[in-house]
Design a protein around this ligand. Structure first.
Ligand code: AMP
Length: 606
């Protein structure tokens, strides 16, 4: 069985791994010492993420090193050194200051992976503002909702994205004072400023104000089973974990050329696409283009990428283009000899994918696990440790993880505020983490109730079901709730259901994740219609198009089915679990258990 395969690590790797002896490193690690790896603001004025990512390398004589290698859609490559990045981010921080935007005020980006995105994120942090990157494939609905929930004061975007996704809702966003347009801008586009003009008028110098480590720095929206998206709040202190975990789990070394394929609109693309690698002073590849197997192999080869952090869906797409049993023409026609470490995150990495990496790319893929709320990698397969394909690995030094006994609603059982840790190996339960690592979220913005509900018995409850084997390796089992992971993106079914219910023909909707070989899951919607409307292929297509316009391609359902008798709980909620059970042909026993779960849930969750 694939689960029992163990990939042994060579005793003399090309580069000595940062984490050589797992047990020893765990025993001697502490977060205070990890903090000493960073500089802090000059004069003891606190800790600022952007200073650690950019300015300190310039101060240490590394200003000439390339920080970003930006590859345009047209394949044009632009390099930005740390010194240039320091100047640009100073300018953007000054732009904000001149606009009167101050500490902890929210600056949103809605941009593709262009150099201006990196300048905006880091410049905002220099100005001690809070940055919230949005995924440019979101539709107008999710964009408006996040801008409103996050109290956006500034938005940096392009004219095309602004016209398509923001202009129509601008009147409903009174907090949104400034919109900066990157690139071409029509002079008659009201309520906007030119990004380049503002940057040109700003000075090269900027002094970062004292920054408290607990000052809010990043806002990342994530989805729950119910309710609006949740804005997870992270603080400047998080950089300690970004830096330390990238050293351990991605094995970053000073001369690495590193490529994280995640979009900064999702937490991986910010924590490990911008902050963590730059704090290590290494060169980061930024590709503006979309997935294309040839393009990706070419970038790996031409840019001499040494460390590559990607996602299971992307790996599976490469596997399709380059099957294990094939002649491997595609990767072999590129020189991938610089590559020495590959990691992946975001969804389960099937054992087959780990082995495909070994066989076709010459390196296994190291799965790791974390979430928006944890802010950094918590569980990983390390460069120096054996891999058990299919396992997420073991907790990082400084991270304490446990498996908790589950109650009737599928989540950790909480009795009088206490939970029970499962000691017996290979027993399924909810994954929990002991709070205290620096990048742990400090709250959901304006939503203390949902934040408090994440903790029990001094543990943070992750919502994921796992088991731990007798040797301490963690294995992902599934989600304990209804959220959907599609192509690595977390999607809240409620957001999709709400969008569908805005269509005049839809009475009610239930949305589930339907298993998919490549994307892990696709979004499938079941709808009941209002009187006067009849199911038809044409209406199905119309509803899919309607949802896509509102939600964008990353979130919208791919399949739709009509069902005038959507199953519900006694309190009237559509039972997604029953819809899923029916879709997957699960037996009756499961279905009755699911009914109990929903009844219990409806009492407690808003
Ligand atoms: P997000 O907050 O969008 O990053 O999504 C976090 C969720 O993605 C986790 O709670 C898991 O359900 C899933 N996830 C992340 N990494 C892995 C992994 N290595 N294996 C399985 N699921 C994962």
């Amino acid at each position: 069985m694939a689960e029992q395969t163990i990939i042994r690590k060579a005793s003399h790797p090309r580069v000595a791994p940062n984490l050589g002896d797992y047990e020893r490193e765990c025993a001697r690690f502490d977060w205070a010492r990890a903090r000493e790896q960073l500089s802090g603001l000059p004069g003891g004025k606190g800790l600022n993420i952007a200073y650690e990512a950019v300015d300190r390398h310039v101060a240490h004589g590394r200003g000439g090193h390339v920080a970003l290698r930006c590859i345009g859609r047209d394949d044009r490559v632009r390099s930005v050194t740390f010194a240039e990045l320091a100047r640009r981010t100073n300018r953007f921080a000054s732009v904000l200051r001149r606009l009167g935007v101050g500490a902890e005020e929210r600056v949103f980006t809605l941009l593709g992976r262009c150099p201006e995105l990196y300048t905006t994120v880091l410049g905002t942090l220099k100005n001690t503002g809070v940055v919230c990157p949005l995924f440019s494939a979101f539709g107008p609905g999710p964009v408006e909702q996040r801008l409103r929930l996050g109290d956006a004061r500034v938005l940096v975007t392009t004219e095309a994205l602004y016209r398509r996704k923001v202009a129509a809702s601008r009147d409903r966003l009174p907090c949104l004072e400034h919109v900066l347009i990157v690139g071409r801008r029509d002079a008659d586009l009201p309520g906007t400023l030119g990004y380049e003009e503002a940057m040109e008028a700003a000075p090269d110098e900027f002094t970062i104000a004292p920054t408290g480590p607990e000052q809010m720095a990043l806002l990342h929206f994530t989805s729950g089973t119910t309710g609006t998206p949740k804005g997870a709040v992270h603080v400047h202190e998080a950089v300690v974990a970004h830096h330390a975990t990238a050293g351990y789990a991605l094995d970053l070394h000073p001369d690495d050329v590193y490529w994280c394929t995640a979009d900064p609109g999702w937490v991986t693309g910010t924590s490990y696409g911008i902050i963590a690698p730059l704090t290590h002073g290494i060169t980061v590849i930024v590709d503006e283009g979309d997935f294309d197997a040839r393009r990706w192999y070419r970038i790996l080869a031409d840019e001499h990428v040494t460390v590559w952090y990607t996602a299971p869906t992307a790996v599976r797409m490469l596997m399709r283009a380059t099957p294990r049993e094939g002649p491997y023409d595609l990767p072999r026609s590129y020189d991938l000899s610089a590559l020495r470490f590959i990691a992946s995150v975001g969804e389960p990495l099937n054992p087959e994918a780990v082995l495909w990496g070994e066989e076709v790319l010459g390196l296994p893929i190291h799965d790791n696990w974390w979430q928006t709320e944890t802010g950094s990698i918590m569980i990983a397969n390390f460069a120096a440790c054996d891999i058990r394909p299919g396992s997420m690995g073991r907790p990082l030094p400084g991270v304490e993880a446990a498996v908790l006994e589950r109650g009737e609603n599928g989540r950790a059982a909480v009795t009088d505020g206490r939970v029970t840790v499962i000691e017996r190996p290979d027993t399924e339960g909810e994954l929990a983490l002991r709070p205290g690592w620096p990048s742990m979220f400090r709250g959901y913005l304006h939503d203390k109730v949902r934040y408090d509900a994440c903790f029990a018995g001094r543990w943070y409850l992750t919502g994921d079901l796992v088991r731990r084997d007798a040797d301490g390796w963690f294995w992902f089992v599934g989600r304990a709730d209804d959220v959907i992971k599609s192509a690595g993106h977390l999607i809240g079914p409620f957001e999709v259901e709400s969008a569908l219910m805005e269509h005049p023909a839809v009475a009610e909707a239930g949305v589930i994740g339907k298993p998919d070989e490549v994307a892990g899951a696709i979004v499938k919607a079941f709808v009941s219609l209002k009187p006067g409307h009849e199911p038809s292929d044409a209406l199905g297509r119309e509803l899919l198009a309607f949802a896509r316009r509102r939600l964008g391609p990353a979130v919208a359902p791919r399949e739709i089915a009509f069902d005038q008798n959507l199953p519900r709980t006694r309190s009237g909620k559509v039972m997604r679990r029953l819809l899923r059970a029916r879709e997957l042909g699960l037996p009756e026993g499961d279905i009755s258990a699911l009914e109990t779960v929903e009844s219990a849930e409806s009492g407690g969750v808003p």
